[in-house]
Design a protein around this ligand. Structure first.
Ligand SMILES: [Ca+2]
Ligand SMILES: [Ca+2]
Ligand SMILES: [Ca+2]
Length: 220
């Protein structure tokens, strides 16, 4: 859809100080007309921006009434549940978007870039594009306390069906140690780019000062 998307920080705006983007309808798209929306309709969308029927009208269903508040809350929660009908751990929405079928599983690698579908799903890359692979950007950052290692990568937003990201580090690449206690999650940024992922940055101070190797394992 052709949304105007902005994330202004001005407190004069309705979105000021919040991290939720403001969706602005345009004359070209005119969603209010194409959806047949009525005044005070709450239209809940699925992951493809398709309205889920029927709209919840705030005039007919006054939120001062507790039963109406609960009904709206229930509908929002239902809309946010990950659907995985083929039980392969990958959201069906993502499979349909990339493959138009649920026949592919997490282990397959249709674009032959040596990253299986689960890894591409987990890290926001394109599973039908061999030139699109999970990216892990690293750098050394100098500070007054000394230099530290920084690593950024994409992970799926929310609980994502129980997907886990296990960070490990090693001095020689043979013995791997859980790095969750040694690495600090220093930044989370949602790029709002439609991939359903956020960019996380971890920092690490090497206690021995020697060579350190890192890896991220993805699984359930
Ligand atoms: Ca699935
Ligand atoms: Ca692949
Ligand atoms: Ca790929």
């Amino acid at each position: 859809m052709n949304w105007n998307l902005s994330n202004e920080s001005s407190n004069d705006l309705m979105t000021g100080g919040r991290d939720m983007p403001w969706l602005q309808d345009t004359n070209e798209v005119n969603v209010a007309v194409s959806w047949g929306a009525n005044y005070r309709d709450v239209v809940i969308l699925d992951a493809w921006n398709r309205p889920l029927d029927p709209p919840f009208n705030l005039t007919a269903l006054d939120l001062a009434n507790k039963a109406n508040r609960e009904a709206l809350k229930t509908r929002l929660r239902q809309a946010a549940v990950l659907v995985d009908a083929d039980n392969d751990g990958i959201g069906d929405d993502w499979e349909e978007r990339h493959f138009t079928t649920l026949d592919r599983n997490g282990e397959s690698d249709p674009d032959k870039d040596r990253e299986n579908n689960l890894m591409e799903y987990a890290c926001g890359s394109g599973p039908e594009n061999g030139g699109s692979v999970p990216l892990f950007s690293t750098m050394m950052v100098a500070s007054e306390q000394g230099s530290f290692f920084s690593m950024s990568f994409r992970r799926r937003l929310g609980v994502a069906g129980g997907l886990k990201y296990r960070l490990e580090w090693s001095e020689g690449g043979r013995v791997w140690t859980d790095a969750s206690g040694a690495m600090t999650l220093s930044q989370i940024e949602n790029p709002y780019d439609g991939t359903g992922t956020e960019v996380v940055t971890y920092t690490f101070v090497n206690p021995s000062g020697g060579t350190a190797v890192f890896r991220v394992q993805v699984g359930f």
